[in-house]
Design a protein around this ligand. Structure first.
Ligand code: F6R
Length: 607
């Protein structure tokens, strides 16, 4: 969370910084700011709210200079305000920060005792004041930064800019990602390579504990022990279409519509050339050598894991544990050596998921990740990283990344089933054929846009919504509720249909819409019974099913959305589409900010 950038350039820094921040705005959008050194003088501009407010401010109050740092904030310490916005300046230094300085209270007390004054509520100001205090003791900027870094606990990516130093930038990474971009006689820093994509494709990633001293023509990296180290420079291919809505009103709409094509891409990538089996890169994942799969993720990615549990257990007879990363990392769960630990993350930078992955190092047989960003920390720290090939996802609410995660996890489960001999060749061929047809089936699901829009206009009137699903539809109900609440701000809960009688049924009345997700599968009749229990108590049911299900349920539903028939194993991928559309249209009806909902950020790099 929070995005940081830095530039030692040949051109005016402000527009470059703002453009790079635009590409990082997915990390937070509470406030934004930049600082430059011009004529030896450090100055800054900051504004509350979206980046556009900073751009407006710069029109009226420009900030010249060819060296600069910038920040887009997701507030952790202190409300979103100009005073709490980064860069934070203390005397001769300005700093931008992504992460949390855990010992900032102790440091603050120490600095206060020395007579330093604080003007913000942030942890970051402590860093700036520490540097200032070391510089006041006659340390050079580099020495002061080194001494400061040694005092900080927690997770951070930092960039420092100094008064009187137009050719110096210091960057540091511990727990939060940071990329250095190499230009021709220019140097850049960014929270990710995407931010730097218009500037350079030559990237060096700092590793844990690294800190770097940059000038326009040099880069010196030291590790946590202070030794000079070499870190590879790589050429990065970044999706340059990143900030393009492709004719859609919102990124979320574009990303929902892209699902048939990106899922098709993922299926082709993981299918053998003859289409008869699943092909993994390197083919070095042996599911016969393990007893257990431990899957860990957060949010939507966690629901992808919950869905995959059903697939791995039913198809491959492989026991699966699924955990939320923030719980897993502190529970100290025993990991037997015959366990594959699998981490699912769109960004590949989620702090809790990364910490859980590190916990499993040395314990699990293998660390596997399913990620969207191949250069991410989670991918780089895995033994095997499986890309989901969703392309850049900008909308804060995950859509295409979720269905691509499901697709890759299903193909992995099929691989496991094939290796473990728990699926017949005919059934495998059958499911692979259904997978090949899936992009087309998804196009038909997208055709239900108008029906979901109609239903969404009704949902937008509600203050609470319940989602129900059984079997593979239960994790999807959870995902449907999450999607709805995060972008429409309507309170939504999901339950396994069978749990209804154990408490939640008390909520049912005619003000509570109940979304029932139920393809006509072997569990359908049971779900319909639960639906009848809702209807009998005056509840309003929005049924999402297929034609056979709609014909059979034939009762007084409030709305029915009819999807194409699909093999029940693949249903979660298909039924995700109306769940996303429902949330999207409800949010539009409520007039919320679909792509950048309040309080959220796309990449959660703090715990
Ligand atoms: C919800 C959403 C989040 C993320 C979660 C994990 O729409 O996007 O719940 O799924 O923050 O993020 P990643 O997948 O980047 O680890």
């Amino acid at each position: 969370m929070c995005g940081i950038v830095g530039v030692l350039g040949d051109h005016e820094a402000a527009p470059i910084l703002v453009e790079a921040l635009k590409r990082l705005e997915y990390r937070g959008y509470d406030s934004a700011g930049i600082a430059t050194v011009n004529g030896g003088h450090l100055d800054r501009r900051r504004a509350v709210g979206k980046l556009v407010n900073l751009s407006d401010l710069l029109v009226h109050d420009p900030l010249p200079g060819k060296s600069g740092i910038g920040h887009t904030r997701w507030a952790t310490h202190g409300a979103p305000s100009v005073v709490n916005a980064h860069p934070h300046q203390a005397g001769p230094v300005a700093v931008v920060h992504n992460g949390i300085i855990e010992n900032f209270r102790e440091l603050r007390a120490e600095l206060a005792a020395k007579g330093f004054h604080f003007v913000t509520e942030t942890d970051t100001e402590t860093v700036a004041l520490l540097v200032q205090s070391y510089m006041a003791e006659d340390n050079t900027p580099v020495e002061a930064a080194r001494l400061t870094l040694g005092r900080l606990h927690g997770a951070f990516a930092l960039a420092f800019l100094f008064d009187g130093e137009e050719d110096l930038l210091i960057a540091a990474r511990k727990g939060s990602p940071l990329a250095i971009g190499h230009g021709d006689g220019e140097m850049f820093v960014g929270s990710d390579a995407i931010a730097l994509a218009p500037l350079t494709d030559r990237i060096t990633y700092l590793e844990e504990g690294d800190w770097a001293v940059l000038t326009r023509t040099s880069l010196e990296i030291r590790d946590a022990t202070g030794n000079l180290v070499n870190r590879d420079m790589r050429r990065i291919e970044v999706d340059s279409a990143r900030v393009d809505k492709g004719g859609h009103k919102h990124f979320m709409a574009k990303e929902i519509a892209e699902q048939p094509s990106v899922i098709g891409e993922a299926i082709r990538h993981y299918m053998s050339a003859d289409g008869n089996s699943v092909a993994l890169p390197g083919d070095d994942l042996d599911f016969t050598a393990i007893d257990r799969l431990t899957m860990v993720a957060c949010g939507t990615a966690f629901y992808a894991c919950l869905t995959a549990k059903y697939w791995f257990e039913q198809l491959a007879q492989l026991p699966v544990e699924v955990d939320i990363a923030s719980e897993f990392r502190y529970r100290e769960p025993p990991i037997t050596p015959r366990t594959v630990a699998l981490f699912v993350s769109q960004s590949g930078e989620t702090a809790d998921t990364l910490a859980a992955l590190r916990y499993c190092h040395e314990k699990a047989d293998q660390i596997v990740s399913v990620v969207n960003v191949p250069e991410s920390s989670i991918a780089r720290e895995s033994d095997l990283a499986l890309p989901i090939l969703a392309g850049t996802e900008i909308g804060v609410a995950s859509t295409k990344a979720f269905t691509c995660q499901l697709t890759v996890l299903l193909m992995l489960a099929l691989k496991a089933a094939e290796q473990r001999g728990t699926i017949t060749p005919d059934r495998l061929a059958d499911l692979l054929a259904h997978l090949r047809a899936l992009p087309n089936t998804l196009n038909h699901a997208l055709d239900q846009n108008a029906a979901t829009e109609r239903a969404a206009r009704k949902l937008a009137e509600a203050s609470d919504v319940l989602f129900l699903g059984r079997g593979l539809m239960y994790p999807l109900a959870l995902e449907g509720a999450l999607k709805l609440k995060e972008i429409s701000y309507i309170h939504a809960e999901a339950y396994a249909s069978g749990e209804l009688k154990h408490g939640p049924i008390a909520l049912i009345d005619n003000a509570l819409p109940v979304v029932v997700m139920a393809p006509r599968d072997t569990l359908f009749e049971k779900t319909v019974s639960n639906m009848q229990e809702v209807l009998a108590r005056g509840g309003k049911v929005l049924l999402i099913t297929d034609a056979a299900g709609a014909a059979e349920a034939a009762s007084d539903t409030w709305e029915t959305i009819v999807l194409p028939q699909v093999d029940p194993v693949l249903a979660p991928i298909l039924y995700a589409v109306p769940a996303q559309l429902l949330a999207y249209h409800t949010a539009i009806a409520k007039g919320t900010d679909v792509d950048q909902p309040r309080n959220l950020a796309k990449s959660v790099t703090v715990e």
